[in-house]
Each structure stands twice: as structure tokens, then as C-alpha cells.
Design a protein around this ligand. Structure first.
Ligand SMILES: CC(C)(COP(=O)(O)OP(=O)(O)OC[C@H]1O[C@@H](n2cnc3c(N)ncnc32)[C@H](O)[C@@H]1OP(=O)(O)O)[C@@H](O)C(=O)NCCC(=O)NCCS
Length: 186
């Protein structure tokens, strides 16, 4: 029987191996990883799925913020869902959805208002994610805009949201600064 437990109960090396198997060894080159570099995952929002003592799935969330481009408004805090991975031989048994339901419910209880992810709409729409829409939110690197998805945990939190998704200010390092510097370099 599958049960979902806090992330800290898993062996971190086993989770890394699962992520490599699910996403491939190049996974850290993806744009979303720029938002995770040097920033810790939210410890209270990490979950793993076990079948007895065997790891079958994992889900984490990272803190992010959305910096408005058109105004001097304050950055809007949000959380980034993922990586979500399920052991391939155990796909299709509801583990991914189970992890997300637990994670999103806990995030709501903790007062988070906005969740963003990069993924397939047909899958994530099952837990109420929607496409952001043209040019609404930008990430610090290339990404298919059709895969930038959002879910408000509080009514209205996603309304009129535009800006640059970046690391939280407390991390002391804006992912977008890094990109801008790279683009400015000869
Ligand atoms: C995507 C993933 C997390 C799904 O986990 P899972 O435990 O198999 O998912 P669930 O059992 O909760 O849901 C299965 C259902 O979702 C569908 N589904 C799975 N991946 C899908 C996708 N990318 N797009 C659309 N539907 C998808 C399945 O066809 C199945 O449909 P059914 O219920 O009609 O039979 C898992 O396959 C995985 O780890 N994939 C590799 C890593 C990855 O792509 N992660 C997410 C990227 S953001």
C-alpha cells in the first residue's frame, strides 16, 4: 500500500536517483532549476510516497516571487511546484495526484496564495492549474509559454498577475539578474 510521508523520511540520495531516472541526467539544465539554485526547498512542503520501505514518488516546492515589470509594486510571493516524480513502474496508480493533493492542501493551510509550475496542462489541470496566457509571466530562461501554469490557492490571487518569476528576495540572489548579466556580456 502506498502512503505519503514527510520528505525528511526519505534518503536524499534515493530521491536524487528517482529524479534522474524520471527527468534524465540533464534535468538541472532546465530553466526552473535556476530558480532553485542556492535556495532551499520549503521543508514543510516536501512529501514522498512509500510502498512499505521503497520510495515510489517525491514532490517538493520552492519559494519564488513575481516581480512586476510595469510598476514599482512589491514582488508577489508564490511557490514553485516541483519536481514531481513517480517511479516509472508505478505510474498510473494515482501517486502523482496523491502527492499533489497533499502538497496543495498543506500549502493552503500554511497560507500560501499562489502556485506556479512548468508542466503539461492536461495533467495538472486535474488539480486546477491553468495556463498563464501569453506573456503574463516570464521565467529567467527559455521555457514553452504553454507549459507555464498557475493555480490560485486563494480566490483572486492570480488576477492581473504579470511579471518576472525569480528567486525570493531573501535568497540574496535574483535569478533574473544573473540572466540579464549573461545577456549583457559580450
Ligand atoms: C507525470 C507523473 C508525475 C505522473 O505520475 P503518476 O503517479 O503516474 O500520475 P497519476 O497516477 O496520479 O495520474 C495518472 C493519469 O495522468 C495521466 N498523465 C500522466 N502524465 C501525463 C501527462 N504528462 N500529460 C497528460 N496526462 C498525463 C495518465 O495518463 C493517467 O491518466 P488516467 O487517469 O486517465 O489513466 C509521472 O509519470 C512522472 O514522474 N513522469 C516523469 C517526470 C515528469 O514528467 N514529472 C512532471 C513534470 S512537470
Amino acid at each position: 500500500m502506498i502512503n505519503i510521508r514527510p520528505f525528511r523520511e526519505a534518503d536524499p540520495a534515493a530521491v536524487e536517483a528517482l529524479l534522474d531516472r524520471s527527468f534524465g541526467p540533464d534535468r538541472q539544465k532546465k530553466t526552473v532549476y535556476r530558480l532553485r539554485e542556492g535556495v532551499a526547498a520549503l521543508p514543510e512542503l516536501g512529501f514522498v510516497a512509500f510502498d512499505n520501505k521503497a520510495l515510489r514518488g517525491s514532490l517538493q516546492f520552492w519559494p519564488i516571487q513575481i516581480r512586476p515589470l510595469q510598476s514599482d509594486g512589491a514582488p508577489v510571493p508564490a511557490i514553485l511546484l516541483g519536481p514531481l516524480a513517480v517511479e516509472p513502474a508505478y505510474a498510473g496508480r494515482g501517486i502523482g495526484m496523491g502527492l499533489m493533493r497533499v502538497g496543495l492542501q498543506r500549502a493552503t493551510q500554511l497560507g500560501h496564495k499562489l502556485v506556479i509550475l512548468v508542466g503539461d496542462l492536461p495533467y495538472y489541470s486535474r488539480v486546477d492549474f491553468q495556463r498563464v496566457g501569453a506573456e503574463g509571466l516570464r521565467l529567467p530562461g527559455p521555457v514553452d509559454p504553454n507549459r507555464v501554469l498557475i493555480r490560485a490557492l486563494v480566490e483572486g490571487a492570480a488576477r492581473n498577475l504579470e511579471g518576472l518569476i525569480e528567486k525570493p528576495a531573501a535568497s540574496g540572489d535574483h535569478a533574473t539578474d544573473t540572466l540579464e548579466q549573461r545577456e549583457a556580456a559580450p
